[in-house]
Each structure stands twice: as structure tokens, then as C-alpha cells.
Design a protein around this ligand. Structure first.
Ligand code: NAI
Length: 297
């Protein structure tokens, strides 16, 4: 089968001045996409800013014969999001792909979590995805085409010490992804998410000796697949790192149904409620409600 090409497709990749975003930008550009390389250029905790990081990636793409434009706005504000999308529209007149990748860390145990650690993290990861995706949504609906890839994290999907702020933002992105999948379906807009692991400046101190086996370039193939017009799924989440790709899903157990339910029934039948045998994976809330109704007979 032919390689996955992106000729003429316009892609916005946020936080693409380094790490995972840079790898995504280089690969999509190599495959023919016209890429907005967005990056605020700050530090891992979100302080500071600069133009060097995004520009360096644009230069790298140009040197390899690709086409890209830099944007230095912050995803953390609605104005920033609009300006990022406007860069794509001003340069190429359309936007087909958004990879919401920009991110920062402000870890602390929940006991020590405060507004200065919560708000900026929610602003960049979760609101950032709203801020960048929404200005492009109408364009995508009108053109009957769009691909959105959000960057979630196992820290939120599965839980990780010291990351209540980050975990909440990252699991929030799963909710955003699933609802966008429902709302985008009739316009051929597909939204999916990845939960990556890779050695970047964000993780190099945490990953230890395995870090060198987890190059950012090993995450990008899944982003390219999900961003491609042949992407067969929407609303899904994939765990990706070091060459491993696996589907993450939210399932419900068969559970119990008892119209005279009491706290004691829950206690007495708790093993049945927990039992993973025969679980289902609803595609959306309607499907989950249908399961509930079916169990009522
Ligand atoms: P990174 O720090 O190299 O990349 C993040 C980029 O986002 C930076 O270049 C930074 O300047 C940019 N950025 C930060 N705030 C911004 C803002 N307000 N507007 C625009 N750009 C902004 O780190 P990495 O690892 O490449 O992270 C990429 C994404 O992957 C993040 O969302 C991160 O949370 C996520 N992730 C990474 C994992 C890993 O193992 N590296 C694990 C799970 C998730």
C-alpha cells in the first residue's frame, strides 16, 4: 500500500518547538503537509517565552524541502488560539489538522497544590485545546473535513502521584476528544488522543535508564496515522511509546440491576459489580444509556 501522504493538507501543531511536537511537525512536513509550527518558547513550567524554538523547527523543515510557518502565540488564551489558527488561514487559506501538543508541568502533591500550579496547567493543556480547536471548528465543518489529535497522558488516564492538576487536564482532554468525535461525525471531523511516553526535556529526569529507548520519533507514527484522511476511528485513545501502540478504552462491566437496590445489595453483590467478564465499551453516552435500559428489561 502507498505511504501515508499529506499533500496540500494544512496542519497546526502546538508546542512544536521541541520534544514530541517537533517530531510530529518534521514528519508531517516530510509527508507533504503545510505546517504551522506553534511554540511559546518558554520553560517546562511555562515561564518565559521566545521565538527561537519554533523558528528552528521551521528552518529544519525548510532545509529538508518542506513548507512551514512559525507562530509564537500562547495556546493558553482564546486570543492566542485564534491567532494560531489565523496564521494557518492567512498563509494557506485552510486548516485540516490540529495536533494539540503544547504542555507544561507544575507537579506537587495534592496537599501542596495551589492555584498557581493548577490554573496555568489547566490553561495550557485543557483550555489550550479548546482555544486552538474552536476557531478552526467552523472552517472544518464548512470544508467537511478535519482531523484533531489531542495529547493526553497516562498520568491522567491511569493516575500518577503529584499530578492532580496535570492528570485532571489530561483526562479532561479525553472527554473533549470523545465529545468532539460525536459532534464532528457528520462533518467528517475525527478526533482522537494519544497518551505518549517519550524522552523529552519534560521527562528526561524522570524516565531513568530506559529513556534512550523512548525517542519522540517513536510516538509520531501514531499521530500521523490519526491525522491522516484514512484514519478509521474517532473518539479513541492510544498509549504510545518506544514502538508500542495500544488502545486505551473506557469500558463498563455488566454490573447488576436491582430495582430495589440498597446499600446492602451493593455490598453483598460488589464482586459482581466489579467483575470484568463481559464488559462493554460504549462508543458514546447513548450507547451506555442503551446498555442501562436493556438491563432493565
Ligand atoms: P516539551 O516540553 O519538549 O514540549 C512541550 C512544548 O510546548 C514546549 O516546546 C513548550 O515551549 C510548548 N508550550 C508550553 N506552553 C505553551 C503555550 N502556552 N503555548 C504554546 N506552546 C507552549 O515536552 P513534550 O514531552 O514534548 O510534551 C509534549 C506533550 O506531550 C505535552 O502535552 C505533554 O504533557 C505530553 N506528554 C508527554 C509525555 C512524555 O513522556 N514526554 C508523557 C505524556 C504526555
Amino acid at each position: 500500500m502507498a505511504d501515508l501522504g499529506f499533500d496540500g493538507k494544512v496542519a497546526i501543531i502546538t508546542g512544536a518547538g521541541g520534544g514530541l511536537g517537533r517530531a510530529h511537525a518534521l514528519d508531517l512536513a516530510r509527508r507533504g503537509a503545510l505546517v504551522v509550527v506553534n511554540d511559546l518558547g518558554g520553560s517546562v513550567d511555562g515561564t518565559g517565552s521566545g521565538t527561537t524554538a519554533a523558528q528552528a523547527v521551521v528552518d529544519e523543515i525548510a532545509a529538508a524541502g518542506g513548507e512551514a510557518v512559525a507562530n509564537y502565540d500562547s495556546v493558553a488564551t482564546p486570543e492566542g488560539g485564534r491567532a494560531i489558527v489565523q496564521t494557518a488561514l492567512d498563509t494557506w487559506g485552510r486548516v485540516d489538522i490540529i495536533v494539540n501538543n503544547a504542555g507544561i508541568l507544575r507537579d506537587a502533591s495534592f496537599k501542596n497544590m495551589d492555584a498557581d500550579k493548577v490554573n496555568p496547567v489547566l490553561d495550557v493543556h485543557l483550555r489550550g485545546a479548546f482555544n486552538v480547536t474552536q476557531p478552526a471548528w467552523e472552517t472544518m465543518r464548512e470544508q467537511g473535513y478535519g482531523r484533531i489529535v489531542n495529547t493526553s497522558s497516562g498520568a491522567g488516564v491511569f493516575g500518577n502521584f503529584g499530578q492532580t492538576n496535570y492528570g485532571a487536564a489530561k483526562m479532561g482532554l479525553v472527554g473533549l476528544t470523545r465529545v468532539l468525535a460525536v459532534e464532528g461525525a457528520k462533518s467528517n471531523i475525527k478526533a482522537n488522543a494519544i497518551a505518549p511516553v517519550a524522552k523529552t526535556r519534560m521527562t528526561e529526569d524522570i524516565l531513568g535508564p530506559v529513556a534512550d529507548k523512548l525517542l519522540p520519533e517513536m510516538v509520531t507514527p501514531v499521530v500521523a496515522f490519526l491525522a491522516h484522511e484514512t484514519c478509521p476511528v474517532s473518539g479513541e485513545v492510544y498509549s504510545v511509546g518506544g514502538g508500542r501502540v495500544a488502545r486505551v478504552f473506557i469500558g463498563v462491566t455488566a454490573g447488576i440491576t436491582d430495582t430495589a437496590l440498597t446499600a446492602e445489595t451493593v455490598r453483598d453483590r460488589f464482586d459482581e459489580i466489579q467483575d470484568e467478564e463481559g464488559y462493554e465499551v460504549p462508543a458514546n453516552l447513548n450507547e451506555e444509556l442503551m446498555l442501562a435500559l436493556k438491563s432493565l428489561g
